[in-house]
Ligand binder design. Sequence first.
Ligand code: PLP
Length: 375
Amino acid sequence: MSKLPNIGTNIFSVMSKLANETGAINLSQGFPNFPVDTKLTDIIKQKADQNVHQYTPMPGSGELLAAVSGLIEKSYKRQVDTNLELLISAGATQGIFTTIMALIETGDEVIILDPSYDCYEPSVLLAGGTPVRVPLDLNFMPDWDLIESKTNSKTKLIITNNPHNPSGRVWSESDFEALETLVSKNDQMLVLSDEVYEFITFDQKHISANEREKLKNRSIITSSFGKSFHITGWKIGYVVAPEHLMAEIKKVHQFNVFSVNSVAQACLAEYISQTDVFILGEFYKEKRNLFQQLLSDSNFKLAPCQGTYFQVADYSAISSESDVAFSKTLTIKYGVASIPVSVFSANGQDDRKIRFCFAKDNDTLIKAANKLCKI
Ligand SMILES: Cc1ncc(COP(=O)(O)O)c(C=O)c1O
């Protein structure tokens, strides 16, 4: 008996393992390979000798909650009540899992827009809910008529992810207006807004559910310090929700995690005021531009990339293999690991596209591009 009979080892672990075994350049899993800011590593050294090693309050340390609410106010002009509306989570993954466990009941339907990040559906299934997977259009943008056609009185939640993994697409004002119209027609419907790449947009400013008057009181918003501060291994992030929803989320959190790693919280509480997250977009824009320019003479066709640190590439001019097979061939034969895009969709839709992670030092990107240009 299995509660998740159709779930195996996820593709990120599979491709990273294959990259390690074959010595391929790993552009598959989404993590940076460059050093962490020395300001942060200095803080870690100082904190080691301080009184930061015991449980913090369950929702998070007062210092970190205050620092995060300051960041939200600066970014979106929203004043979050740190006692009632904010929670420090063990990464966005735990924030998402805990939210779904707290709010989804047997029979509730949850709309997931495909291609989608892999932790959404298993969380819904474990909560007894029914995932309703709705494809994005061929440009990875929402088809609001299609989404509305999949919505009914049982639809409890829609999970949105903007900026979007794997596509790197960023939603516009009209997408938010359409989402607001949709929830206004469905009183029971909530929004789980996965904004882990909130600070990584290139040509347009990220629109957050935090700044939408019509969404704020219906939305649970999650983000990840792993993405914002190049520390994915720390597994720490936060959740924002209106008081009545947060009260339920905290009930689950206290038995799922209780309190998140105290040393990480102490370090970040201090670091947030010493760093400028608003330069992150520019930092990754340079990497996107470099990677795109390096691949401009290759046989890959690059999709528009407006945010995140992922670049989708169409390889149909190179091979007719399935994207899963091609990713393996690319790793084993050509020495570059990627992620096939079809694995992010319930229907396995294979448009001969793979995803590269460009959160890598320039030397790695140049070496990878040299290999990719020879194919
Ligand atoms: C869209 C999306 N959501 C959530 C996560 C998980 O974030 P965390 O590592 O903080 O759990 C990721 C990580 O890659 C992601 O891409």
